[in-house]
Design a binder for this molecule. Sequence first.
Ligand code: SF4
Ligand code: SF4
Length: 232
Amino acid sequence: MNGKETYDKLKEMAFGEGIDLFRIADADCFLDSEYEGNRPQDFLEDVRSVIIIGSVVPNGVVDPLPKGRSQYTNTLMAATALLRVASFKLARFIERTGHWASIVPNEGSEFGYWYADKDTLRADLSVKWAAYCAGMGNYGINQLLITPEYGPRVRLTAILTDMVLDYDGKSMPLISDACGDCRRCIQVCPVQAIHEDGTFERFKCKEYMFSELGGLRCGLCLKVCPPGSGNP
Ligand code: SF4
Ligand code: SF4
């Protein structure tokens, strides 16, 4: 199969598993001067492609927040489970063709703290950056990926591989136009973790969810973004 045929096959497999969003980025996007952070090339020298898959978070668990946090948390976990199964099947398919594939860790919170470096709360690589480079969406002030179809109400994971594939290209500004004069995520955050200058205090957010909420997820900056958003 050539790159296009493999792209189509992987996408068909992903949608067959119930995945809602599928795009592929050139792994060189992490070498882009716009990107600052961890690079998969640091631990996988011959990585060539990043396959990003996404699952929608149902409106029925987001809209009632902050009520129903247990339902919201459980639903994030369910989306994570779906992504894990789908990414595993895609990885196995890729390896049967003679290439290698590695699944990026993902878990059931908005910002992926469980698998992050404990000192920085940063992951080995940013799935959101790869998703942005593949045109899946762009960033909000709340640091979430805002997709045209579902706003930030999506869960994501990625598969890294040495396989060369057809790539989807970015075509959006880095920061979503939806932010404009909107500051709802800043106003709603109970611990003032989100700042207008684009900085984000990860430890404040993590402490709130893992200590004050006892491990339940918060979701308020996702709920209010962008104004009036919700899944079609
Ligand atoms: S809530 Fe408003 S300001 Fe915050 S990320 Fe969403 S659109 Fe941007
Ligand atoms: S504490 Fe809640 S509102 Fe604030 S950044 Fe974290 S998830 Fe968003």
